[in-house]
Every structure is written in structure tokens, then in C-alpha cells.
Write a protein of this length. Structure first.
Length: 374
């Protein structure tokens, strides 16, 4: 009796399993023909599309503020490699800056400038500085792709001694020359800005000679390929191409991990730092939001100084400057108004916007700047 009952129970369970399996197939077949999430009427309502436009606008503003220094670095590198010197080579200026000087904003009038753009993705670069018995002021400033200054090699640090340094990418694991200190850059792309003091007009030839003894060269030249920066559209700061350049530079120059919490939000507007930016994948609402962000964000950057400026006796100074941490608006404002700014331990920056009576400075008038003997 029991064996027969057992067989019947097994048969019943088998039939139930078969029924459930077949119903599952039927359910799967039905759901594959149901409307997709994107086709749902909910996602086509006016209210939803407006919220998508506003979300893209909000994230677009934040992405513009974050990415502005990267795009400015890309523009500066493109122009300098085209008109000054190739990647991983110095360009040396042999005259002092005049009002027509346009390589950087607000140049000194008593220093020679040299500059180089480094691509460290294939090989480190060796920096050589000469002995400096005259204690001539000089510095070789190193900026990452985000315009943060991460190192200065200057007469303040070398104590007038000759020296060599290896500048390497953050992930470099290969060999480097023994007994030469290695400076690991935060990003693969590095901008070197050199300044050399000129002690009066008669000193210019000596200053030029000293400047050209500051040299760079690839550590492994056979590993280096020719690099031609991407040609950027003229309207890159005001068109959707901004987000393409921004994401491409982030891919080549990964940011600190702590920035990911912000960058991950940008994907909701199609600004994907992992996959890049492709406007053809976005709907009209998100595109409209990003276009609106591109109209408003530049003025936010250009007027981003009030929270970081201190005015005293008519002169304004900025903090942070030279390196910015998570102060992205300060970073973008300095990239707009004074890209390449150094850290306070090396240089001080002050600006005046008004004269002694509080009236705005204007080029149609002449002014006298007076320092007391103290």
C-alpha cells in the first residue's frame, strides 16, 4: 500500500513542476512583448520630460564647473604644441613678456618663461636643473591635468645645487635611473611652467643662458611615440563638444577616487566618464537641459570668485590658489582668469579693480602705484 501511495505522490509532484515550468514559459513569452520602460506612457508625460530637462541642466552646470580646467588644459596644450614645442620638449622664451604676451594670463615682467607639455603614459621624463651660484630665482612648476600644482623644483628647494629628477606617471612600474629621485605625477598629462629671474635689462643674456640649461628628456625615448593633440572645435567652451573633451581627458587622466561620488552622478545626464559622451544617445529633454547649462555655466565660472576672494586696501587675493582639493568652483575660476597659477609658497597674486577713490580702473586713464618705504 505504501509503495503505491509513494508512486502516486511522485507523479503528482512531477505534474505540478511541469505545470509551473510551462506557465513560466508562457509568462516569459508574454513579458517580452510588453512595452519597455522607455516606451511606458509615464516616461512620455510633460511633467516627466520637464524633470529630465531640469536634471540634465543641473548636472550639466556641475559637470561644466568640474571639467572646465580640463578643457582649458586641452585648449592650452593644443595651442602650445602647435605653436611652441612638441610633447616632452621645452619651449624657451628669450625676451621678457610684453602686453602682447598671450601664452599665460597675467605674466611677470621680470622673469623669462619656458613651458612644456608632458605625456607620461609611455615613458617618464628626466628634468635637469643647473648649479646656481648667483642664487638667481627660478622655478619649474608642475601642474596636473586638473591645473593643480603638485611640485616646484626651484632655487628655494635646490639650495643653488645642480640636480636631476624623474617625473613619472602615477602608474609607472618600469625602470628608472638609479640614485635620481622620482616625482610621481597625479596624472599622465603634466604641464611644466618655468620662470627665470632677470635682474635688469643688462642681465637678460645671462638669464637666457641659465634658462636653457634647464632641460627635459624622455627616460625611454624608444617607447615614446609622436603625440599630436586632438584638434578642438573653436566653440568647445560653449558647445556639447565640451563634455566630449572633458570625459576623454578624465579617461586619460583619472581623478582622485573621492571625486567619483560626484562624477557618477553625471551619467544621469549622459556625461559618462567611463564610456564617454555621445549626444546621439540622449533624448530631446536631456539635450535641451545640457544646451541650457552651456548657456549659463560660463558666467558662473567667470564670476566664481566672491566666496574665495579677500579684499584689503583695494587689493584682492584668492584662496585656495595653485591647488584646490574639492573646491571645484575656485579651481575653474582660476583656470578662467589665471590658468597656471602657482602655490602661495612660491608666488603671491593680488588684483586691484578700483583706484584709490573707489572708481573702476580704466585703460583710458593713467595711474601711479605708490609704495611707502616700509
Amino acid at each position: 500500500m505504501l509503495p503505491l501511495l509513494k508512486k502516486r505522490l511522485i507523479l503528482i509532484v512531477s505534474l505540478l513542476c511541469l505545470t509551473l515550468y510551462l506557465s513560466g514559459l508562457s509568462f516569459a513569452k508574454e513579458t517580452t512583448t510588453a512595452p519597455s520602460v522607455q516606451q511606458s506612457p509615464l516616461f512620455q508625460t510633460k511633467s516627466f520630460l520637464q524633470s529630465q530637462e531640469r536634471l540634465a541642466y543641473s548636472l550639466g552646470i556641475q559637470a561644466y564647473i568640474y571639467g572646465y580646467p580640463l578643457v582649458m588644459s586641452a585648449k592650452t596644450m593644443e595651442a602650445m604644441v602647435k605653436n611652441r614645442s612638441p610633447i616632452n620638449q621645452f619651449y624657451y622664451a628669450d625676451t621678457l613678456a610684453s602686453p602682447a604676451y598671450r601664452d599665460i594670463v597675467t605674466p611677470n615682467s621680470d622673469t623669462l618663461y619656458m613651458s612644456a607639455w608632458l605625456d607620461l603614459s609611455e615613458t617618464p621624463v628626466r628634468l635637469t636643473v643647473p648649479a646656481n651660484p648667483q642664487n638667481r630665482y627660478y622655478t619649474v612648476q608642475m601642474l596636473d591635468a586638473y591645473t593643480n600644482t603638485f611640485r616646484n623644483v626651484s632655487n628655494r628647494s635646490t639650495k643653488q645645487q645642480a640636480g636631476q629628477y624623474i617625473i613619472a606617471s602615477p602608474q609607472w612600474k618600469g625602470p628608472t635611473p638609479a640614485h635620481i629621485p622620482v616625482i610621481y605625477a597625479p596624472t599622465n598629462t603634466v604641464w611644466l611652467i618655468g620662470r627665470v629671474e632677470v635682474k635688469g635689462e643688462a642681465d637678460l643674456p645671462q638669464a637666457v643662458s641659465f634658462e636653457k640649461q634647464i632641460a627635459i628628456a624622455p627616460v625611454h625615448p624608444k617607447l615614446q611615440t609622436a603625440h599630436i593633440p586632438e584638434a578642438l572645435p573653436p566653440d568647445v567652451l560653449s558647445s556639447l563638444s565640451f563634455f566630449h573633451v572633458m570625459t576623454k581627458w578624465i579617461q586619460s587622466n583619472p581623478p582622485p577616487e573621492c571625486d567619483r561620488v560626484l562624477l557618477d552622478q553625471f551619467t544621469q545626464a549622459g556625461i559618462d566618464v567611463q564610456k564617454g559622451f555621445d549626444p546621439s544617445t540622449l533624448g530631446p529633454a536631456k539635450l535641451a537641459g545640457l544646451q541650457r547649462a552651456l548657456q549659463d555655466a560660463p558666467s558662473i565660472v567667470q564670476n566664481g570668485f566672491p566666496g574665495y576672494a579677500t579684499f584689503r586696501n583695494g587689493w584682492g587675493s584668492f584662496s585656495p590658489i595653485g591647488t584646490y582639493g574639492n573646491q571645484f568652483l575656485a579651481r575653474s575660476f582660476i583656470a578662467y582668469s589665471g590658468i597656471g597659477a602657482n602655490v602661495p609658497s612660491e608666488e603671491a597674486y593680488y588684483r586691484a579693480l578700483t583706484d584709490g577713490t573707489g572708481k573702476p580702473l580704466t585703460g583710458v586713464k593713467s595711474y601711479r602705484l605708490h609704495f611707502t618705504k616700509e
